[in-house]
Design a protein. Structure first.
Length: 270
């Protein structure tokens, strides 16, 4: 049974579409983890789920819409913001709600590493022309907000500070921000990226470290550009810390996940 985070997201999505005078549809929950995705006919409402425990305000949703719209306008295949209704962010139940075009896809299909890597390189090439303001510290600022809101093991903040002091001086560019293969869906038209709320201006090693860590080394090998190895080691380690911290955020919503979070913490510091 859906928990209160999901129920609140569905209520928010229905409130927004009713307020906009859109045709009523039976809600279908497509996803209910960091964000809750609620399909309402031709639209999908995206509402914070677990992420509301770490992120206040609509900045992430605004960034997701802006970057996705920019890439759509340049012919890059991404899940695109709604155009037949105002995309938002709208607010209901105290939550920001954004509206997107429903994108049919095969949820079980996984692309080969070379397809994922080339597709990500196309996104990176287009994003280099992105004119909007983007965060400069991305995951480090995200971690700081979590530490300020939640009483976590003090070693986590100390480790984030240690890694921040080691920030390599390498070129920065707009990134996807969460470039793992699960954020690339298989549509009838081909591979399609989604979830640009974590986009920031940083070293390419952040995206490629995620790709390699959550896909495998073959994904990194297939990327059509080289990356500084020292930066890659640093940002892969930062991603590991980031993942460990988010395990504790997830456990706030799902207390049965606390043991797994503690195991992840022990593994990180072992």
């Amino acid at each position: 049974m859906a928990d209160e985070y999901t129920r609140a997201a569905v209520r928010a999505a229905l409130t927004v579409t009713s307020r906009l005078g859109l045709r009523a549809h039976e809600p279908e929950v497509l996803h209910e983890r960091s964000n809750v995705l609620v399909r309402l006919g031709p639209l999908v409402a995206r509402v914070p789920g677990t992420s509301r425990l770490a992120r206040l305000g609509p900045a992430w949703q605004e960034r997701d819409l802006a970057v996705s719209g920019f890439l759509t306008d340049r012919g890059v295949r991404v899940v695109s913001p709604a155009t037949d209704a105002p995309a938002g962010p709208h607010f209901a139940e105290g939550l920001p709600v954004t509206l997107w075009n429903h994108t049919p896809h095969d949820p079980d299909h996984r692309y080969a590493p070379d397809v994922v890597a080339r597709s990500l390189a196309e996104v990176h090439a287009a994003l280099r022309e992105y004119p909007g303001e983007l965060p400069r510290r991305g995951p480090l600022d995200d971690l700081g907000r979590i530490f300020d809101r939640h009483d976590l093991d003090p070693r986590l903040r100390a480790e984030a500070d240690r890694l921040a002091a080691l920030l390599p001086d390498v070129a920065a560019q707009p990134l996807h921000g969460d470039a793992h293969p699960g954020n690339l869906i298989a549509t009838p038209a081909g591979p399609c990226w989604l979830d640009f709320e974590d986009t920031w201006r940083g070293p390419l090693a952040w995206d490629l470290g995620i790709l390699a860590r959550q896909g495998g080394p073959e994904y990194l090998a297939a990327y059509p550009a080289s990356v500084d190895e020292d930066a890659l080691r640093y940002f892969t380690r930062l991603r590991e810390l980031y993942a460990a911290v988010w395990q504790f955020v997830i456990a706030i919503r799902f207390p049965d996940r606390l043991a797994g979070a503690r195991s992840a913490l022990d593994a990180y510091f072992s």
